[in-house]
Design a protein around this ligand. Structure first.
Ligand code: PLP
Length: 388
C-alpha cells in the first residue's frame, strides 16, 4: 500500500556507517533506519550471533522457556532501574504493553478508576489507535474515527500545565526524554526531575519511552540517566535489536506484579532469534569504554554542528539534541535539505518542527564526523545559493 509515498533509492548492502545503493553509490548513513542500526551495518559480532542462532533454533513460542531471553532480561534489569522485562516485536507493542500494564496495575491495587495516561504534545509512541490517541497529533488521528479516550496531553516542558492536567482518573505520565519524531526536542533535566516528583506526589506511574533515545544513543545507556532519576516503566525497541525487530517493556517488581499468567502475551515476542540479536547488541554497548566513546564523539559532532549552524544562518535556524540524537532546524522546508544531503551522499531523516534528524550509528569516528560536516557544508551552501 502507498503508505510511504514515492521512493527511488534502494540499497544492496551495508558496512559499518555506510550503505551501498543498487547503483553502486556509497552513502554515509546518519539515518540508521531511524535509530535502529545502532551498531552500523553488518557488525561482525551481530552477524555471527544471528547466523549461529539461525542454524540452531528460530522460534518455539513463549509456551516454553527461552534461556537467551532470560539472559537478556537479566542483563537489562542489571543495568537499569527495573526488576522485570517483557519482550515483544516493536516500539508500538512496547507502548501497548506499557499502557496495559499501567491500567492493570491500578486495577490490581484496587484503584480501577485510574486508567488515563497523560502524554506530552509533540510525542510519538507508535501508530495503533491507542498510540495515536496518546500523542494527540491531528496529522495521525485524521480519518481514524473516534479517538481512544484513554489519553490526554499537556505541553512539553510546561510543569504548570502538567499539574493542571492531573485528574482523578489519571494513572500515569508518559514522556520521551528526547522527542524524536517531534523534532529532536530535549526535555530539560529539571523538567524530568519535576515530572518524577509530580508522579510521586499524586501516586502516578512514570513511563519513559526510550524507544528512540535509549540504548546508548545519548552517551548513557538510557537518556533519563542524565537526570539522575528513574521511571516505573520504560519502553525500548529500535536500537535494542540492532536491526532485528525487538521491543521490550521494563518495570519495577511492584508494577510488574500486575502482569500475572494469561493477562498479556505475544506469539513472536522474545523468540530465540530476536534474543540472540538483543544479547549481541548488549555485548557491544556494555563493553567497557563503548558509551564514553559515544559521548566523546557526540560532543565533537555537537561542536561541529553549532559551528555549521553559525556558518549558514540563512539556511539553519539552530542545531539541537543530545548525544547522537541531533537535529538541524531549517528555514527552508526540511525536505529540501534532506534531499540535497542525500544527493551529496549523506542519509538523514526529517522530523516535526522543520527539523532534519541526524541519527548516526553509535560506532562513528572522527572521519565520519568530518565527512558529514563536509557534506552538510556543501549542501547548506547549495541551498543558500539556490535561494538567492
Ligand atoms: C519509533 C518510535 C515508536 C514506535 O516504534 P515502532 O517500532 O515503529 O512501532 C514509539 N516511540 C518512539 C519514541 C519512537 O521513536
Amino acid at each position: 500500500m502507498n503508505t510511504y509515498g514515492q521512493r527511488d533509492l534502494a540499497f544492496e548492502r551495508g558496512e559499518g556507517p555506510y550503505l551501498f545503493a543498487t547503483d553502486g553509490r556509497r552513502y554515509l548513513d546518519f539515518a540508521s533506519g531511524i535509530a535502529v542500526t545502532a551498531l552500523g551495518h553488518s557488525h561482525p559480532h551481530l552477524v555471527a550471533a544471528l547466523t549461529e542462532q539461525a542454524g540452531k533454533l528460530w522460534h518455539c513460542s513463549n509456551l516454553f522457556r527461552i534461556p537467551a531471553g532470560e539472559r537478556l532480561a537479566e542483563r537489562l534489569v542489571e543495568n537499569s532501574f527495573a526488576d522485570k522485562a517483557f519482550f515483544c516485536n516493536s516500539g508500538l507493542e512496547a507502548f501497548e504493553a506499557a499502557a496495559k500494564l499501567t491500567r492493570k496495575y491500578f486495577s490490581h491495587i484496587g484503584q480501577p478508576g485510574r486508567w488515563r495516561i497523560l502524554a506530552l504534545q509533540g510525542s510519538f509512541h507508535g501508530r495503533s489507535l491507542s498510540a495515536i490517541a496518546a500523542s494527540g497529533n491531528p496529522k495521525y488521528l485524521e480519518g481514524f474515527g473516534p479517538v481512544n479516550p484513554g489519553f490526554a496531553q499537556a505541553a512539553f516542558g510546561n510543569l504548570n500545565e502538567l499539574r493542571a492536567a492531573i485528574t482523578d482518573d489519571l494513572a500515569a505520565i508518559i514522556v520521551e526524554p528526547v522527542q524524536g519524531e517531534g523534532g529532536i526536542r530535549t526535555a530539560q533535566l529539571d523538567f524530568l526531575r519535576a515530572v518524577r516528583e509530580v508522579c510521586d506526589e499524586f501516586g502516578l506511574l512514570l513511563i519513559f519511552d526510550e524507544i528512540q533515545c535509549g540504548m546508548g544513543r545519548t552517551g548513557k545507556l538510557y537518556a533519563h540517566e542524565w537526570a539522575g532519576i528513574a521511571p516505573d516503566i520504560m519502553m525500548l525497541a529500535k536500537g535494542l535489536g540492532g536491526g532485528f525487530p525487538i521491543g521490550a517493556v521494563l518495570a519495577t517488581d511492584k508494577v510488574a506484579a500486575a502482569f500475572t499468567p494469561g493477562v498479556h502475551g505475544t506469539t513472536f515476542g522474545g523468540n530465540p532469534l530476536a534474543m540472540a540479536c538483543g544479547n549481541a547488541v548488549l555485548d557491544v554497548i556494555l563493553e567497557e569504554g563503548f558509551l564514553p566513546d559515544v559521548d566523546r564523539i557526540a560532543r565533537l559532532l555537537w561542536e561541529e554542528l553549532q559551528a555549521l549552524a553559525a556558518r549558514h544562518p540563512s539556511v539553519l535556524a539552530e542545531a539541537r539534541g543530545a548525544g547522537l540524537m541531533l537535529g538541524l532546524r531549517c528555514h527552508a522546508p526540511n525536505g529540501e535539505l534532506m534531499k540535497l544531503l542525500r544527493d551529496n551522499g549523506l542519509l538523514t531523516v526529517t522530523a516535526a518542527e522543520n527539523v532534519v534528524r541526524l541519527l548516526p550509528p553509535l560506532i562513528i569516528g572522527e572521519a565520519q564526523v568530518a565527512e558529514a560536516i563536509d557534506i552538510l557544508d556543501r549542501s547548506c551552501a547549495g541551498l543558500a545559493q539556490a535561494a538567492e
